[in-house]
Design a protein around this ligand. Structure first.
Ligand code: SAM
Length: 482
């Protein structure tokens, strides 16, 4: 039997089944141990040290106890602590992005995904570079600056050369005032060499969802194709880091296995990255299985209700305080609102999950990966965010200024966020309002910017940010950043 070792590079040792089961038993035993729970909550809180704010995070065992506890009073404390941590490191900014589906050709047999090879009903489509240009123009015309590209795994139809060429095409499109400034990549596990090529192509985050951390379940749900190999998939982030990508994004597809098992595995994965590479996951995504072409989510008997889903997000925020947390348009408006309060820092807006969907007038469904619950336009999402006290941000500055990996994490800790991320959010929001928003959103947004500018502590930064925003409003100069 494999021994648990967070520093090991072997999947069976850093995501260790025996350790997960022992953690779940420990959590069950202690779920009503209020003194222990109070201690864990106190450990999770942010601490000021001079100018810096630090959060220690929680171990997977500590966090599992909080997740297991079903005392409503404790839950309220968990939500309050999560909100406090989020405010300390991410403020009220919410970063926006859109997925871009390049190809639904796929050789895998994933039981939850309609792109699986056996699905003969699904029309297969792969965008040409010309079609990608049309998609990107449509996305730029909405106001997007940050994309996550998605593709099935197919070495013949979607080889790495195709992905690299597509990234080049995306960065090269400048339609009117638009440009895409960060391309995140969500493609199947690959080799160190290919990760190196992705890094050279200038990608932001490499995202790969584990789907499920339970090896046995994983193998059943991925019966055929290269994705069947649990160890190769689970060790992908180590290869990505070896290839020079230091922003990696983890995620679990909730609904496939017990949420407590997945939660523990996810935190162990984050601990492993920290232990081996000195930097935790840049982001964590929390997708839930959705209805899709030949997929009925009811087939998977581990679906989770909204209140558990929100609690998972809050516990992740406590355990991995500096990580960005992402929620997609898989979720409807009401759940998204609750999730924002407890820790989500990035959301997608105006998404289409079909190949070539953005260039179409009417939302196409034939090549859709899953149903989109939040069907609002990007502008509606922006307006909604502002109404609920958030600053919609299109900022991509960190990675373009080389603040990736642990350099991003130190910015988070140093308390410089109000002098850096906050003005960058306001500047990019001003761009969005000036170039893409309707009159009502513009007025609301400019008023919010005026108010939020006052919160920048350093006089010089505040003044400069104000100047940049005035320039954006009155000229065609763009892309200012701190
Ligand atoms: N093909 C790549 C891979 O295998 O990792 C990544 C791209 S895939 C388009 C992105 C993600 O969509 C998958 O990792 C999976 O978690 C998610 N997904 C697949 N089917 C889904 C469904 N029915 N509902 C929600 N999410 C789904």
């Amino acid at each position: 039997m494999s021994k648990y070792d967070p520093k090991s590079l072997k999947a069976a040792e850093f995501i260790n089944d025996a350790e997960i089961l022992a953690t779940l038993a420990y959590a069950e035993e202690n779920k009503n141990n209020l003194p222990l729970i109070e201690e864990i909550l106190a450990r999770a809180k942010p601490v000021r040290q001079g100018k810096e704010t630090h959060c220690r995070g929680l171990t997977h065992r500590e966090a599992a106890v909080l997740l297991a506890c079903d005392d409503p009073a404790v839950n309220e404390k968990i939500y309050a602590a999560a909100a406090e941590i989020k405010a300390a490191f991410y403020g009220n900014r919410i970063v926006l992005f859109a997925p871009l589906y390049l190809s639904n050709y796929c050789v895998n047999g994933c039981a939850y995904c309609p792109y699986h090879r056996q699905n003969k009903e699904m029309p297969r489509k792969k965008l040409t570079q010309e079609e990608i240009r049309a998609e990107v123009m449509a996305l730029q015309d909405m106001g997007h600056k940050r994309l996550a590209i998605e593709a099935g795994e197919d070495p013949v139809n979607n080889p790495i050369e195709y992905i690299l060429e597509s990234i080049k095409t995306i960065y090269a499109v400048h339609h009117q005032q638009g440009n895409i400034r960060r391309v995140n990549v969500n493609i199947a596990a690959t080799t160190v060499e290919n990760y190196r090529l992705l890094k050279e192509a200038g990608i932001g985050t490499y995202i790969l969802f584990q789907e499920t951390y339970n090896k046995e379940r994983y193998e059943k749900l991925h019966p055929t194709g290269p994705k069947h190999d649990y160890a190769y998939h689970t060790e992908a982030m180590d290869r990505a880091m070896e290839g020079g990508i230091d922003d990696v994004g983890l995620g679990v597809l909730f609904g496939l296995d017990s949420y407590k098992y997945e939660f523990t595995g996810l935190l162990m994965h984050a601990e492993h990255l920290e232990a081996v590479h000195g930097v935790g996951p840049h982001t964590i995504s929390v997708p839930r299985v959705k209805r899709a072409a030949d997929i009925d989510p009811a087939t998977f008997d581990n679906s989770i209700p909204d209140e558990i889903f929100v609690k998972i997000a809050a516990c992740i925020r406590l355990a991995v305080p500096y990580t960005g947390m992402i929620i997609s348009t898989r979720e409807a408006e009401a759940v998204r609102a609750q999730m924002l309060k407890v820790g989500i820092s990035q959301i997608s807006g105006g998404s289409r999950t079909s190949v070539g969907g953005y260039a179409e007038e009417i939302r196409p469904h034939d090549t859709e990966q899953f149903d989109v619950s939040d069907q609002r336009s990007l502008e509606e999402v922006i307006s909604w965010l502002m109404k609920s006290g958030h600053i919609p941000s299109f900022c991509t500055a960190c990675y373009r200024e080389g603040r990736t990996g642990d350099r991003f994490m130190s910015l988070c800790k140093s308390g410089q966020i109000l002098n850096c991320c906050h003005p960058n959010a306001l500047i990019t929001l001003a761009e969005y309002l000036t170039d893409y928003a309707g009159e009502a959103t513009k007025q609301k947004g400019y008023a919010l910017i005026e108010n939020e500018l006052k919160k920048i502590p350093q006089d010089k930064v505040r003044q400069k940010a104000g100047e940049y925003i005035a320039t954006i409003k009155h000229s065609t100069e763009r892309d200012f950043r701190f």
